[in-house]
Design a protein around this ligand. Structure first.
Ligand SMILES: Nc1ncnc2c1ncn2[C@@H]1O[C@H](COP(=O)(O)OP(=O)(O)OP(=O)(O)O)[C@@H](O)[C@H]1O
Length: 370
């Protein structure tokens, strides 16, 4: 009996929760093969009986299909929990995304400051730096990812895993993408009440088949509301990236939105601030900078959150065109200055995330109070 053949067989078993195969999802531990016995521990996010039985049966079947004489012993074990959850002895929550290492929320105080533009270019930038990245567009009122990534009008497919429907993300430039815009009409979103929208976003998080990811970038709606709260209740958010423009008015709203992350029972660290539309640069004079909206908004916000200015993005036509045409500006190699500004943001986010993970415990998801 070969261990590799058994591992291969187990890789055909799908975890009903995440849609990943159980080898990729690191659920199989201590695999021991002493013919005819095969034993291993299966780490389960939640000890739900039905779920346990389904997986046990699927593992037995997979191994018996290669070694019909095998005696298979599966030990079920509940791993920690959501990393960091349960500290202090409170009720333990299972992590719906155990195969996603970092969840980065992109937030802003008000609409139109370029939050979605930042989320999309940041996701592609982190991917370019070598990360496995996904994008969740949770901006229910103005989902822009479909247009910005050339996916408008497409619908994700639904796949049944153990009889339960799971959503397959769409792909753009190698990036798995889910957007509320694929299923909810923004006009419809306005009439849906906050809690309903929050429920939809939670469903998107829990029922999408995300591949294993280093970063899941989440584009939040502007301001503070049910969707933001739902995100911090559903998953352990690694950190938030705040987007603002340099004006004082944008800043006042950004501070309000940022304060939500600092609430005592939320405590999501702010990784830093992106100042968008920091200055205007005409295409024919790429080295000129005109500070038409004033200066210093990003720095002030970074100071207030004890974080750093992750980068300043110029107001340039190519960024707007990139957003409208479905090919984000970071992919445009003919505009190296803008591309470099985005890559700089991505490098800083990667660095701040690594530092945050080294220095702090994982964020503990907020407990729901009904
Ligand atoms: N630096 C920039 N230079 C030029 N145009 C930009 C820049 N940033 C954003 N834009 C454009 O501004 C518009 C608004 O941007 P975006 O949709 O990213 O904002 P938002 O903050 O996500 O807004 P909302 O939350 O209302 O959806 C888009 O047309 C986008 O292409």
């Amino acid at each position: 009996m070969e261990v590799s053949k058994i591992a291969e067989a187990l890789a055909t078993v799908t975890d009903p929760k995440t849609g990943q195969d159980i080898i990729t999802a690191n659920m199989v531990l201590h695999l021991k093969v002493e013919a005819p016995d095969v034993s291993f521990t299966l780490q389960l996010p939640k000890l739900d009986d039905n779920y346990k039985q389904q997986l046990n049966f699927a593992c037995q079947e997979a191994i018996l299909s290669v070694y019909p004489q095998a005696q298979v012993h599966v030990h079920m074990q509940q791993p920690g929990l959501n990393p960091g959850a349960g500290q202090g002895g409170g009720p333990q929550k299972s992590n719906p995304l155990p195969h996603v290492r970092n969840i980065i929320a992109v937030a802003s105080g008000k609409g139109g400051v370029g939050k979605s533009t930042v989320a999309v270019n940041l996701a592609l930038g982190l991917q370019e730096l070598g990360g496995a990245v996904g994008l969740l567009d949770a901006d229910v009122y103005g989902p822009s990812a479909p247009t910005m990534l050339g996916l408008a009008g497409q619908k994700p497919q639904v796949e049944k895993i153990y009889g339960k429907p799971k959503i397959k993300p769409l792909y753009a430039y190698g990036l798995p993408v889910m957007s509320t815009g694929f299923v909810v009409d923004p006009e419809q979103a306005v009439v849906l009440r906050g809690p309903r929208l929050a429920g939809i976003v939670r469903q998107f998080i829990e029922e999408t088949i995300w591949p294993p990811l280093d970063y899941l970038v989440v584009d939040l709606p502007p301001g503070t509301g049910d969707v933001q709260l739902s995100l911090v209740q559903s998953v352990s958010v690694t950190g938030a990236v705040m987007v603002t423009t340099p004006q004082d008015v944008a800043l006042a709203d950004a501070i309000k939105a940022m304060n939500m992350f600092f609430l005592p029972d939320v405590q999501v660290p702010v990784l830093g601030v992106v100042e968008n539309m920091a200055y205007f640069t005409p295409a024919e004079l790429p080295n000129n900078k005109y500070y038409i909206f004033g200066q210093g908004g990003g720095k002030t916000l970074a100071k207030k959150s004890n974080s750093m200015l992750l980068g300043q993005i110029p107001l340039v036509q190519s960024i707007r065109e990139g957003g409208d045409s479905g090919k984000p500006a970071i992919l445009n190699r003919e505009d190296e200055i803008t591309r470099e500004a985005w890559l700089n943001v991505a490098r800083n986010v990667a660095r701040q995330t690594a530092l945050r993970n080294e220095m702090m415990d994982p964020t503990r998801p907020v407990e729901m109070k009904n």
